[in-house]
Design a binder for this molecule. Structure first.
Ligand SMILES: *Cc1c(COP(=O)(O)O)cnc(C)c1O
Length: 344
């Protein structure tokens, strides 16, 4: 029985073709700015998003943390959604690297409204920390790969302009938002002062993320990348995989979205699994397993024995993610295996 691995879209392995491109990449010392493949990747990505410049970094976490370090001053406060990646999965980075305060806003489906943000900005007096950054995650991982409405982002930008705040986008899966919505990558990122995007999620590169923004911002980010230990030498080997991933694996993300929907429709209401179908917008699905009477770790163990892998999202929820290395047939097979589970 082949295990169907739906833990994350990061479990994909480089294809034969991608490995060939890696093996043949032209390289140089990127810390000296000499790697032609890294330079090409940075130029291609900047063009795609219609930003002035971009910078290659080893991980999405480093992308977010270097970007936040670059736009902030110690003691500033960030407004972000309670379930966001920078708070839940980056090891306390904003506090440790940049001495930032965090104000987490609670939302129904990951979308902070402009009003909610405006009401959370602190008054300008000697008692209060300075509220200076708004952080948005698109698509929103812990809310099930949901797409942030672009008109709400524009309304938030107006608030940011009124109060002099900066905006950071955690766009690890902005590619999925682009493919699912038809809205261009440039339109998605234009309202932001700093942006990070991942090449190693749905696009299937083995390593790598990009920071995007203005030329002066990227120059300062390059300095902070070195500070964080992220200056890499002949890293064109990995950048080549990123270029390949962008060229070959962007448009096929629609298939991952179809697969997620097929699984969600197949297992919603089956065996005590409940899915908020409104949230199934891209390649992530979150299953509420309360009705099984078991906790998420136990349910995952039973699923694993049946050859289907997911990850826990707290005690009562499980996340499944579709990706390049699972076929539609395997997703349908996963539905069949889940339907046959016994939680009694
Ligand atoms: C995966 C992810 C990141 C970056 O994670 P790394 O594992 O460090 O590459 C950032 N934000 C979100 C929303 C993510 O899902």
């Amino acid at each position: 029985m082949k295990t169907i691995d739906l833990r994350s879209d990061t479990v994909t392995r480089p294809s034969e073709e991608m490995r060939k491109v890696i093996a043949n990449a032209e390289v140089g010392d990127d810390v000296l700015g000499d790697d032609p493949t890294v330079n090409r990747l940075q130029a291609v990505v900047a063009d795609m998003f219609e930003v002035e410049a971009s910078l290659y970094v080893p991980s999405g976490t480093m992308g977010n943390q270097v970007a936040l370090k670059t736009i902030s001053r110690p003691g500033w406060e960030i407004l972000c959604e309670r379930e966001c990646h920078i708070v839940n999965y980056e090891t306390g980075g904003p506090a440790i690297h940049s001495n930032l305060m965090i104000n987490m806003l609670t939302t129904e489906r990951g979308v902070m409204t402009a009003e909610q943000i405006e009401n959370s900005i602190r008054p300008d007096n000697i008692h209060a920390p300075r509220t200076k950054i708004i952080e948005i995650e698109n698509t929103h991982n812990r809310h099930g790969g949901t797409i942030y409405p672009l008109d709400e982002i524009h309304r938030i930008r107006k608030v940011a302009d009124t109060y002099g705040l900066l905006m950071h986008l955690d766009g690890a899966r902005i590619w999925n938002a682009h493919i699912a919505s038809g809205i261009s990558l440039a339109d998605w990122v234009r309202p932001f002062d700093s942006i990070s995007v991942c090449l190693s999620k749905g696009l299937g590169a083995p390593v790598g993320s990009m920071i995007l923004g203005s030329k002066p911002f990227i120059e300062e980010a390059r300095r902070n990348r070195k500070l964080f230990g992220g200056g890499m030498r002949q890293v064109g080997l990995l950048a080549a995989a990123g270029l390949y991933a962008i060229e070959h694996n962007l448009h096929r993300l629609a298939e991952d979205h179809d697969k997620a929907r097929a699984i969600a429709e197949g297992i919603n209401g089956v065996n005590g699994f409940a899915i908020d179908m409104v949230r199934v917008q891209t390649n992530i699905l979150i299953i509420d397993i309360s009705a099984t009477g078991r906790d998420s770790l136990t349910v995952l163990e039973i699923m694993q024995r049946a050859g289907v892998l997911g990850v826990p999202f707290g005690k009562t929820r499980i996340r499944l993610v579709t990706h390049l290395d699972v076929t539609m047939e395997e997703c349908i097979e996963a539905v069949r295996r889940i339907a046959e589970l016994d939680f009694s």
